[in-house]
Design a protein around this ligand. Structure first.
Ligand code: ATP
Ligand code: MG
Length: 262
């Protein structure tokens, strides 16, 4: 039993959830290692949603509201870290939830489907995928005909660079949540939110809700928000935003360094 007063209580609880997810057959050991890589970057971010991440969240929400067929891709880690948030996000932006796994097995895919349904999802795609996305060497290439295959916007987290690149090559807009601004995923995505998926997903839900409400009010007043949202998306410069997240990390390192020198 971990004391709530332990200085790393939250981080330890998250690790316990992932280990528990592994025991239930949802997360794989490799996913636990991937989480460790993320934690290191989160440390450098100060474990909070930064200004650049908030800007990327706003652009992502605009993309999701404008999308005709948005899909939220779910893997073992995200199914354990934020199942409720993913289901809510799918609900607010009329998106489909699709299981997509690097280490795929039918059993794992069904376990993730079960988890999402337990958290309120009506339907989960990708449990029996039939279509293939070219240019991906792993099991991640298998997608649902009614889901990612025909989507125009895909949200991914803890993703692989080759799938992000392949999805973009197919003409899809990709929103990535990735704590590492240097990863291939972060660089290839249309919009990258450099933040922990645990914090970013609830913020995305809030932002999509805000935009949807504004859209409804605009509709009643005869205004059209779509062109504003399109402008917001085209004004977003992903490479610049990634640079800003790196700057936050560098500033945090120097702050710590000068602190220890005093
Ligand atoms: P890429 O394939 O994009 O080059 P990679 O091979 O370096 O990335 P992977 O193991 O494929 O990394 O993917 C894991 C990614 O997810 C890492 O970039 C890691 O920082 C990030 N990550 C881990 N945990 C979280 C989390 N909780 N929230 C957001 N991102 C996370
Ligand atoms: Mg990778």
């Amino acid at each position: 039993m971990i004391s709530k007063h332990h200085p790393r209580y939250e981080s330890i609880k998250v690790r316990e959830r992932l280990v528990d997810g592994h025991k239930k057959g949802i997360t794989v050991l490799e996913g636990l290692i991937a989480h460790g890589r993320g934690e290191a970057f989160d440390y450098l971010l100060g474990e909070k949603t930064t200004g650049p991440a908030s800007n990327a969240i706003r652009a992502s929400a605009a993309l999701l509201v404008l999308a005709e067929c948005p899909v939220i891709s779910v893997n073992g880690n995200t199914a354990v870290l934020c199942p409720q948030g993913l289901v809510e996000l799918a609900e607010v932006c009329n998106a489909k939830l699709e299981v997509n796994l690097f280490y795929r097995s039918d059993r794992r895919a069904r376990k993730i489907e079960e988890t999402l349904i337990e958290h309120g999802a009506d339907r989960v795609y990708g449990v029996s995928p039939t279509e293939v996305i070219d240019g991906i060497a792993s099991e991640r290439r298998m997608v649902d005909k009614e889901g990612i295959f025909k989507s125009d916007v895909v949200l991914v987290a803890l993703e692989d660079g080759d799938r992000t690149e392949a999805l973009v090559k197919q003409g899809k807009k990709v929103i990535a949540v990735d704590l590492n601004p240097l990863s291939r995923t972060a660089r290839y995505a249309t919009v990258t939110v450099v933040d922990n998926v645990i914090r970013a997903v609830p913020e995305l839900v809030k932002e999509v809700r805000r935009l949807k409400n504004a859209q409804e009010r605009g509709g009643r007043d005869g205004g059209d928000l779509s062109s504003d949202l399109e402008m917001m998306v085209s004004a977003f410069d992903n490479q610049k935003n990634l640079g800003e997240s790196l700057e936050v990390m560098c500033r945090n390192i120097f702050k710590e360094y000068s602190f220890s020198e005093e």
